[in-house]
Write a protein of this length. Structure first.
Length: 325
């Protein structure tokens, strides 16, 4: 057998690539991700995501703990070591599905810009690097809204509450939903939700918002919840701006559209020769009508009402008059 064939056969029969030994795994936890810190009422609430992995993407040796700290720094340029040396530890949090949640009193930090960061500690005692640093400008506790009331109105569900402040955020849980979603941010302790349906149950809560520098915000504790199932018991407002104009073979009517969310349509009334008004037509939500049942030389008076989806009728509009030549 040729020498090079013998060498090739030996190499092919070996156990694999022969190289230098791999270095031992460091088993250092990967840094936590997405740390956020916000003031809510009298507390600073901190959340972050644990990866549960080392920097080599292996599972961290348990038990896993968090070294979460809060402190201030007044130097010319930020030093992680100097900040960490004087920062206080935050304890007592819990982790759910990899998301850690901690709370700490805000009172010691009022009037200060607190800095928060965390590092993960594995069961082998090795620590990750610090997470991102989150800053919180801490203010006196924003007042929690009280006496939240939800009542039906012709425009929708009207909310009112009591609280000092000039910025409030309204949350709503709609039918079939399990979580609240933000519906509006308002400057006064009142708001009307025009985006509701009759016969459906809605739940509301409100929080006071304090606007801070750099687009940051502090929040009060949320108000107590208010539930309501609005019912259609209100007639729409009388239509306005009714106009009548003669056309070659008709009298054309137009008016301002009503804005009620529960509007079902309009009714057109007509009178001739001073007789009482009689219903002429049912119209959809388009605020216009063409009366083709007219005769030349006759004068006609018109009025319009708005009708809700459940049949409640508004007062009549002001009458107008028109005739064909």
């Amino acid at each position: 057998m040729r020498p090079f064939l013998i060498v090739s056969a030996v190499l092919m029969a070996g156990c694999g690539y022969i190289g230098p030994p791999l270095p031992p795994l460091a088993n250092v936890p990967a840094a936590a991700q997405g740390l956020t810190a916000v003031q809510r009422g009298a507390r600073i609430v901190v959340q972050f995501q644990e990866t549960g992995r080392t920097t080599e993407a292996n599972p961290i040796k348990p038990p896993i703990t968090e070294d979460l700290r809060i402190g201030v720094f007044s130097g010319a340029s930020f030093s992680a070591d100097a900040w960490a040396a004087q920062a206080q530890r935050i304890t007592g949090g819990h982790v759910t599905n990899g998301v850690a949640l901690y709370e700490t009193p805000a009172a010691p930090w009022i009037g200060k810009e607190a800095i928060v960061a965390v590092r993960v500690v594995g069961g082998n005692g090795k620590r990750s690097g610090w997470s991102n640093y989150a800053t919180v400008v801490v203010v006196p506790e924003p007042e929690r809204p009280r006496n939240l009331s939800a009542v039906p109105s012709p425009q929708g569900v009207r909310l009112t509450w009591s609280a000092r402040g000039n910025r409030f955020r309204v949350h709503r849980r709609s039918p079939g939903e399990t979580e609240f979603t933000v519906q509006a941010t308002v400057e006064k302790p009142e708001w009307t939700d025009a985006n509701t349906d009759f016969g459906k149950r809605y739940t509301y809560m409100v929080e006071t918002v304090v606007k801070l520098a750099n687009d940051k915000e502090a929040f009060s504790d949320p108000s107590e919840e208010a539930d309501i199932t609005p019912e259609d018991v209100f007639p729409p407002a009388a239509p306005t701006g009714l106009q009548a104009a003669a056309a070659p073979a008709s009298i054309e009517l137009a008016w301002n559209a009503n804005t009620e969310p529960f509007l079902g349509g309009y009714r057109v009334y007509r009178s001739t020769a001073g007789r009482p008004f009689e219903k002429l037509a049912e119209v959809g939500i388009i605020p216009s009508y063409s009366d083709r049942q007219v005769e030349p030389g006759k004068s006609y008076q018109y009025a319009v009402t708005a009708v809700s989806k459940t049949g409640h009728e508004s007062p009549r509009s002001g009458p107008v008059e028109a005739s064909l030549p």
